[in-house]
Design a protein around this ligand. Sequence first.
Ligand SMILES: NC(=O)c1ccc[n+]([C@@H]2O[C@H](COP(=O)([O-])OP(=O)(O)OC[C@H]3O[C@@H](n4cnc5c(N)ncnc54)[C@H](OP(=O)(O)O)[C@@H]3O)[C@@H](O)[C@H]2O)c1
Length: 284
Amino acid sequence: MSEQSKSHKLPEKTGLSFIGCGVMAESIIAGLLRQNIVVPSQIAASHPRDERREELKMKYGIRVFDDNADAANAFPETDTTVILCVKPQRLPDVLKELAGTVGQDQLVISIVAGAGIDAISEALNNRLVVRAMPNTPSQIGAGMTAWTCSPEVDESHKTQVRTMLSALGRELFVETENMIDMATSLSATGPTYIFMVMEAMTDAGVHLGFSREISKELVQQTMLGSVLFAIESQKHPAELRNMVTSPGGTSAEAIYQMEKGALRTVLSKAIYAAYKRAVDLGKK
Ligand SMILES: NC(=O)c1ccc[n+]([C@@H]2O[C@H](COP(=O)([O-])OP(=O)(O)OC[C@H]3O[C@@H](n4cnc5c(N)ncnc54)[C@H](OP(=O)(O)O)[C@@H]3O)[C@@H](O)[C@H]2O)c1
């Protein structure tokens, strides 16, 4: 993680063009503006639907386009970074639309799950490609983004990427693209696992007789506090768990049932399945 990137703004001459502006692109835009990394006039976004374009314009004061190539060309006088934020299934068509539009000296950042650097590079005839994998807590500045890049991406572009990604939470450079697929299953898909556990625990509280409101509060604060405690204490999770597992007590009884239900195996299989899916999406 880069401390150096934390307080930076992007130079005024940098334009950012978001191609496809759904949930993740909006999270990034909101984070960049919240942290004053750029001003609205430095951002352009494309979207196929009128209402969505209008919404983005009203909410953030950014420039919006219905044509992807027009968005990529929105700042002809500036050093424009193109950020690919469409769904993996849409990417091949979008790359065709952008081919010949994106210059060889423009930085291209893709957050598209599975899409490899070489495929993007070849389609756009551009060697300056970054693959980043954020997650949804980016929306509140508490995200985790793993990223990597092609060898041609230089230090100044890397600093720009760190500056952008640190506006979303924490960023971590990884050495290989395989690690991006791995991070897709662990940190990018990760909130889904946490939310499902959160939901299951809340339902269990309701089953015991708590109101949903009370159960939700008990569960959310317990999850939040446990994560902060684990980070602050720097102890292994098993050690923290052992500290509260008395012989013949409630934790021991609950652990016995979770092991019997193969909780660890289910999680491990789920994360491996998500990894395989990320790899498969890339092949397509
Ligand atoms: N969600 C996550 O947690 C997460 C995390 C890391 C990475 N990612 C990656 O981020 C990318 C975007 O995910 P998302 O969750 O933001 O999806 P999303 O909300 O569906 O955003 C994609 C947007 O692209 C629009 N779109 C469709 N066709 C288009 C086209 N031809 N040109 C331009 N825009 C088009 C969609 O419009 P419509 O709504 O009209 O279809 C939609 O608003 C995906 O590739 C995903 O793998 C997602």
